[in-house]
Design a protein around this ligand. Structure first.
Ligand SMILES: C[S@@+](CC[C@H](N)C(=O)[O-])C[C@H]1O[C@@H](n2cnc3c(N)ncnc32)[C@H](O)[C@@H]1O
Length: 622
């Protein structure tokens, strides 16, 4: 009988949006200030948390906007116009920023397999992400191949800090993409698991930690040569997959695994359970429990009693109960009451049939973590096994239309696993893969096989795996989506004058008749507009011409075919008739090029036309 504790409510409110800013139930004001500040803030309070050099900078970088875009690459794609899968080339930090608004709460599952920080890993150097190319080369901050990947050596003073900052930024952005019933699965080994758990607790909230799965690692017998002189450490026999849910609403599909040495014998167990449901207390073989409940409904129990009586009367002399159960189709249930039974179940028992499978636990050592799929001969060091990722996608309980995101995609095992699962379960899950266009070492097997970048390996793997899967399942699943739309990270299509018009005076503005950079195509602009307007870049795009022949792009809403989310008319000769014709479709959003208007009169008319025909349209002239 007292008013609400508003302090607790406020803290709860902040914890929802910024779980990283709550430490032992109290607000970490330094971190919260950083979350809300466009510049680096100072802070030195002591508290229980994982801290490292650059944590606040990581928050700042994750929150800062970028002037970049994703440009479509038709020739690199497969079934560009019909597929709903995406292959995104570029640094995943930038890509996650570009996807942030469009995919907010839309991704059901994220799987990632980041560099493990083994002491030899290369990690992308975010500190230099905004610097000019020349500076990077001069200061030797690019590797021999021109990549911004720098070796993160164990001897470096910021060995853990750099890795943690790299992961923290990406995980922070990735969390927002998950649906409320979604989850993230992260492969990791002993090097960083302790730290990764801490930053995931920070970002996802510790109550959302679900499990650490153990997966078997092929043992390299490094230790054999030292065995005689005593071992410093054991060979590593497994690694981990961490699972964090977005919220309580994430539930996993119960998976079963083959039992080793499974018994062929069934067993009897009590038919009573202590959950208190009075409606489930009824007479079975002369006994009604006083509390608790029977395990199945009365109708089912009566059948199970009759089944066992029949077995006893007609078959018990000839065969075991197991043989009878198998001979009758492996689904019969049996109930009996033993004469000397006592206790709450009064001796009533039900039969548990033999099973060669058991519910999966977090011990997945029956699966080997890294295994190149034999039929797809792709030279990539230590890819994850397709079986592992497929099993994880099953566990995450995805249905048709759900999306899996992998933003450290390497040789594209996730795409392979999704396509395979789609045919096995006759569903249609979509994927988004992100991969840095990292150059391949010239001394590697992959380079000798003709691949120049990891993206080339990934795309080739998807093509080959998809072709094989489609051929093998042509009859059963004729319409499987084996395509992928490739988009590549690049600088914005818009010139600086578009972002900072005030910095240019009238005279210079005249030089920028168009605010679009040279060499950018209508499709380049279309995709930037789609991302900007929250339209999925995997959407189907219809090209239509107006009566006067102007090229337009229609993105039709997925739910009702005549709801148009976006019309882009990026033609160079837009007249008032074309604008009227387009406005009559009443799209959610409509974009024209200012430089495409055929006269100043058209320029002035455009708003008026939309006010008349489609006043709710979000109209933009670039
Ligand atoms: C351990 S591998 C993933 C292997 C993958 N699971 C497979 O089965 O092939 C990590 C991948 O992440 C990529 N990567 C590292 N930093 C990245 C970044 N900043 N953006 C995008 N990809 C990155 C690396 O190029 C590498 O291919």
């Amino acid at each position: 009988m007292q008013s609400e504790n508003l302090l607790d409510k406020n803290i709860e409110y902040i914890a929802k949006k910024f779980p990283n800013c709550i430490s032992e139930g109290k607000i970490d004001f330094d971190l919260l200030r950083q979350e809300l500040s466009p510049v680096l803030v100072e802070g030195k309070d002591e508290r229980y948390r994982l801290d490292w050099v650059g944590k606040r900078q990581a928050i700042l970088t994750a929150n800062s906007p970028i002037a970049k875009t994703l440009r479509p690459l038709r020739e690199e794609s497969l079934n560009f116009d019909t597929t709903e899968n995406l292959y995104l080339e570029g640094d995943n930090l930038d890509v996650l920023k570009l996807l942030h608004e469009t995919y907010l709460s839309k991704i059901k599952m994220i799987y990632i397999d980041p560099p493990y920080n083994t002491g030899n890993d290369f990690i992308y150097n975010d500190d230099f992400a905004d610097d000019a190319d020349g500076y990077l080369t001069k200061s030797n901050q690019k590797d021999d191949h021109g990549n911004r990947m720098t070796a993160n050596k164990e001897t470096s003073g910021r060995y853990h800090s750099d890795w943690l900052s790299m992961m923290y930024m990406r995980l922070k952005l990735a969390k927002d993409l998950l649906t409320d019933d979604g989850a993230i699965f992260i492969s990791i080994d002993d090097n960083e698991i302790v730290h990764l758990r801490k930053i995931c607790d920070d970002i996802f909230g510790s109550p959302n930690f679900r499990n650490t799965i153990l997966v078997r690692r092929r043992i390299k017998s490094l230790n054999s040569q030292f065995a005689a002189s005593g071992l410093q450490r054991l060979n590593i026999g497994f690694e981990y997959v961490l699972i964090y849910a977005k919220s309580d609403n994430f539930t996993m599909r119960p998976l079963r695994m083959k039992k080793i040495n499974a018994s062929r014998k069934g067993r009897w167990d009590v038919f009573w359970s202590n959950a208190d449901r009075p409606t489930m207390r009824y007479d079975v073989l002369g006994f009604t429990p006083k509390d608790g409940q029977w395990r199945y409904s009365k109708e089912k129990a009566d059948v199970a009693v009759a089944n066992y009586e029949k077995y006893q009367a007609e078959y018990a002399m000839k065969m075991t109960l197991e043989d009878y159960w198998e001979g009758t189709g492996c689904c019969m249930q049996f109930i009996r009451r033993i004469s000397d039974g006592y206790g709450k179940n009064g001796g009533v028992q039900h039969w548990i049939a033999p099973s060669d499978t058991a519910l999966r636990t977090s011990n997945w050592t029956d699966i080997e973590v890294s295994q190149i799929h034999k039929e797809i001969d792709i030279p990539f060091e230590n890819p994850k096994s397709r079986e592992l990722i497929q099993e994880l996608v099953k566990l995450a309980n995805l249905k048709t239309g759900d999306i899996v995101l992998d933003f450290f995609s390497g040789s594209a095992t996730t795409a392979h696993a999704v396509m395979q699962l789609n045919v096995e379960e006759n569903i249609s899950i979509k994927y988004i893969l992100v991969q840095l266009d990292e150059k391949i070492n010239e001394k590697s097997e992959a380079y000798s096989a003709g691949y120049k970048t990891i993206c080339e390996i990934g795309k080739d793997r998807i093509r080959r795996a998809g072709k094989k899967i489609a051929e093998e399942n042509r009859m059963a699943v004729p319409d499987i989506d084996i395509g992928f739309r490739v988009l590549k990270l690049d600088d914005s299509n818009m010139r600086d004058v578009y972002y900072n018009p005030k910095a240019y005076n009238q005279d210079t503005l005249l030089d920028f008749i168009t605010s679009i950079k040279e060499g950018r195509t209508a499709e380049d602009i279309l995709f930037q507009v789609m991302l900007d307007k929250g339209v999925l870049p995997s959407s189907k795009i219809e090209k239509r011409r107006t009566t006067n022949g102007q090229q337009t792009y229609y993105i039709v809403g997925a739910t009702e075919s005549e709801v148009i989310d976006l019309i882009c008319c990026l033609d160079k000769k837009i007249d008032t008739d074309a604008i009227k014709e387009i406005a009559k479709h009443q799209p959610g959003c409509c974009v024209f090029l200012d430089s495409g208007m055929d006269s100043d009169a058209t320029r002035t008319n455009v708003k008026q036309v939309f006010d008349t025909y489609s006043s709710k349209t979000n109209l933009e002239v670039l």
